[in-house]
Design a protein around this ligand. Structure first.
Ligand code: ADP
Ligand code: MG
Ligand code: MG
Length: 249
């Protein structure tokens, strides 16, 4: 599904990613952990195609196709989803209307007509039931006065509706409470399938109490320096990151 080789990237001439390799197959959940400033969010943003970064070397392939020259929208249309893409408040535009527009834009880019209203409603009903999202929430204005948990609920709902091939959840918010963590975890667990893949980026082991990843990677100083199974996250929780830095010396 995703294959990243020797990715190097910088921002304002400061080198951030320094030769990163990562392979994610369909059906897998990968967790990327690592100390603050390691480059986790940079990696997420570069996969999604945010333009603030300069990719200086390496390749990013999605299903065998090089996506590194594609615009963010094109990557989204190819099935890449990055959380917090739409953190803006849009008064007067409901959660539902926003996602309807996003879905129809994706279809338009593929030369398809709008999804018939009936099918859209059915999908909204199914996905909101699956994620236990109530109707009142769906008619609220996008992000307006949303709590942390509600922002997460919206994000997971967007993910459910867009059915991405590759979902990247960057849990940058250190203020995530248990409620929000559970919403994210529950969403990932319910939406994962043999045809999609999920990358969960987190600074905290807590989230991985609820999502059991197939692989855990440690990103340190712009590279993945260690990979393992879910037990690696527990080891990090117990021992911190310093022992990994020492192993590297
Ligand atoms: P993480 O998500 O692992 O905490 P980031 O990817 O956010 O790390 O940041 C990696 C490094 O890149 C940090 O040193 C950070 O200061 C720097 N950086 C990230 N984004 C920017 C930016 N827009 N402008 C300048 N420096 C940035
Ligand atoms: Mg950070
Ligand atoms: Mg970050």
């Amino acid at each position: 599904m995703l294959k990243i080789e020797n990715l190097q990237a910088s921002i304002d001439d400061k080198s951030i990613l320094k030769g990163l390799n990562l392979e994610v197959k369909a059906g897998e959940v990968h967790a990327i952990m690592g100390p603050n400033g390691a480059g986790k969010s940079t990696l997420a943003n570069i996969i999604a195609g945010k333009e603030d970064y300069e990719v200086t070397a390496g390749t990013i392939e999605l299903n065998g196709e090089d996506i590194s020259e594609l615009a963010p929208e094109e990557r989204a249309h190819n099935g890449v989803f990055l959380s917090f893409q739409y953190p803006v408040e849009i008064p007067g535009v409901s959660v539902t209307n926003f996602i309807k527009t996003a879905i129809n834009e994706t279809r338009k880019a593929k030369g398809l007509e709008d999804m018939p209203a009936k099918d859209m409603l059915k999908m909204i009903r199914e996905k909101s039931e699956l994620l236990e999202i109530d109707r009142k929430f769906l008619s609220r204005s996008l992000n307006e006065g949303f709590s942390g948990g509600e922002k997460k609920r919206n994000e997971i709902f967007q993910m459910a509706m867009l059915e991405p091939k590759l979902a990247i959840l960057d849990e940058t918010d250190s203020g995530l409470d248990i409620d929000a963590l559970r919403i994210v975890a529950n969403g990932v667990n319910k939406l994962k399938s043999k045809d999609n893949a999920v990358i969960v980026i987190t600074h905290y082991q807590r989230l991985l109490d609820y999502i059991v990843p197939d692989f855990v990677h440690v990103l340190h100083d712009g590279k993945i320096v260690k990979s393992g199974d879910a037990s690696l996250a527990l080891e990090l929780e117990a021992k911190g990151y310093d022992w990994i830095k020492q192993e590297l010396v």
